[in-house]
Design a protein around this ligand. Sequence first.
Ligand SMILES: O=C(O)c1ccccc1NCC(=O)[C@H](O)[C@H](O)COP(=O)(O)O
Length: 258
Amino acid sequence: MAENILRKLVNNSQMAINDGVYEIDADLQKSNKDFVQIIKTNQHATLLTEIKFASPSLGKIRTTSDPVSIASQMIAGGAKALSILTQPHLFNGSPEYFMKVRQAVDVPLLMKDIMIDKVQIDAAKKIGADYMLVIQSLFDQKFLKDIDDFISYGHKQGLEILLEVHTKEEFKNALKTEADIIGINNRNLDTLEIDLKTTEKVLEGYEKTRVILSESGIETPEDINYLKKLGADAFLIGSSIMKSDNIQEQVKKLVNAY
Ligand SMILES: O=C(O)c1ccccc1NCC(=O)[C@H](O)[C@H](O)COP(=O)(O)O
C-alpha cells in the first residue's frame, strides 16, 4: 500500500461519498463546550481520545463493540474530548457510531475522516460534530484545491477546524490559515511510520501563536511529558487506548502524566 497511501485514502473517501455514507437525515447539536478553552485551563494533560476499531497501519485494533460504552469509559478516565472515525474503509468507522456517541455525551467531538468534499462537512454539522479534520498535505500535494475556502465553509457550518500537518513546510502553510487547532501527526501518511520526534522537528524555532495538538503513536506518560516540553498543548491518542483491557484506567494514567 506504500505506493501512495494518501491517494488510496482519498479514493476511499470518494467511494464512501458515492455510496451515500454521508447522506444523513439528522440534525444533532454539537456540545456547548469550548475545547480550546478547556486546553488552556486544564491542569492535567488534555486528551482527545479516539474511538477507532481498525486502521491502515494496524488492521483490526479491537473487536467492534458499543462505541457509547467506550466513550463513557474514556470520559470517566478524564478524556476532555473524543475523536470518532466516520470513515468506513480501512478504519471501520461510521457516522452512525458518531451519532450514537453524540446523543450520549456532552464533550466536544471531532469527526475523524479524510475530508475531501463539502458533502462531508455538511454531514459533520448534521451529526453534531464540534470539530472536523483537515489534512494540509491533501492541499499541498494537489489532491484538493483552496484550503481557505474549505476551512471557511467549515466555519460557516459552525465547525471548528483541526488542521493536521506532518512537515515543517506544511506547518508553515497551516499557520497562514484560519484553523483553530494545528495537529502535528507523528505518523507519516506516505509510509505509516511513527516518530514522536516529528513534533520536535516541526516545532523547532516556532514562537507560539496557535494551540498545538500532538497526534499518533503516544503510549505512555513519558511520551506526553516529552511532547509537552516541546510545546504540545494537547494529545490525540487512539490505538494505545483502544488496545487496552481497561480503557478508563489507561486514559487516567495518561491524563495524570502531569
Ligand atoms: O492510524 C493509521 O494507521 C492511519 C493511517 C493513515 C492515515 C491516518 C491514520 N490515522 C489517523 C490518525 O491521525 C490517528 O488515528 C490518530 O492520530 C491516533 O493515532 P494513534 O494513537 O497512533 O492510533
